[in-house]
Design a protein around this ligand. Structure first.
Ligand code: GAR
Length: 207
């Protein structure tokens, strides 16, 4: 049985697009994206989802009346749709320990650095690349990992290195890391974990 996937986003959704493309090309074949949830109503990723006939939902912390209700609303929808795998693809909200404990090895996240560098609270989006350039690293990359109660602290699934080039700005570096790492790794990891879930009923051997 195909693993039903929900993708959580906050912005442009280029990683969501990579997942949609991977499903079309057959790279992602053990899972199906059935739901996209955004915590921002203006996230362009919502348009990408709708253009591809995928159900969308906007759930914000503000409209929910706080973090607890926000997470309850997300959980309720995930349950209703029978979601087996949650993919955080540029989702800029840290989920509580209660939330992550409800889905052990069922949530994966893509992060634009080689964890444990430039990760954790405060390191998201362009800030990650700004920090990498400020430090002067010559190699950076991306990581896909399981999500647990520690921000960017869960078990690593896949990583890929990307060279920093002379004259890089946070924007040029972000783009290269996406093209050379994130958009390749995230679909691969989504397939690996979807396959495990659909075959074993759980990811990575936990029966
Ligand atoms: C991506 O680079 C993703 O790795 C990063 O935000 C960007 C979202 O782009 N995520 C984080 O920093 C999470 N800590 P997208 O909306 O185009 O996929």
């Amino acid at each position: 049985m195909l693993t039903k996937i929900a993708v959580l986003i906050s912005g442009g959704g280029t990683n969501l697009q990579a997942l949609i493309d991977a499903e079309k090309s057959g790279i992602l074949k053990s899972g199906k994206i059935v739901l996209v949830i955004s915590n921002r109503s203006d996230a362009y990723g919502l348009v990408r989802a709708r253009d591809n006939g995928i159900e969308t939902a906007v759930i914000t912390r503000k409209a929910s009346g706080g973090q607890e209700r926000f997470e309850e609303n997300i959980k309720a929808l995930l349950k209703e749709r029978g979601i087996g795998l949650i993919i955080l693809a540029g989702f800029m909200s840290i989920l509580s320990a209660d939330f992550t404990a409800a889905y052990p090895k069922r949530i994966i996240n893509v992060h634009p650095s080689l964890i444990p560098s430039f990760c954790g609270k405060g390191f998201y989006g362009l800030k990650v690349h700004e920090a990498a350039l400020a430090k002067g690293v010559k190699v950076t990359g991306a990581t896909v990992h399981f999500v647990n109660e520690i921000p960017d602290g869960g078990e690593i699934i896949l990583q890929k290195a990307v060279y920093v080039e002379d004259g890089d700005t946070p924007e040029t570096l972000q783009r290269r890391v996406m093209e050379q790492a994130e958009w390749i790794l995230l679909p691969q990891a989504a397939e690996m974990v979807s396959k495990e879930i659909s075959e074993k009923g759980d990811a990575y051997g936990k029966k």
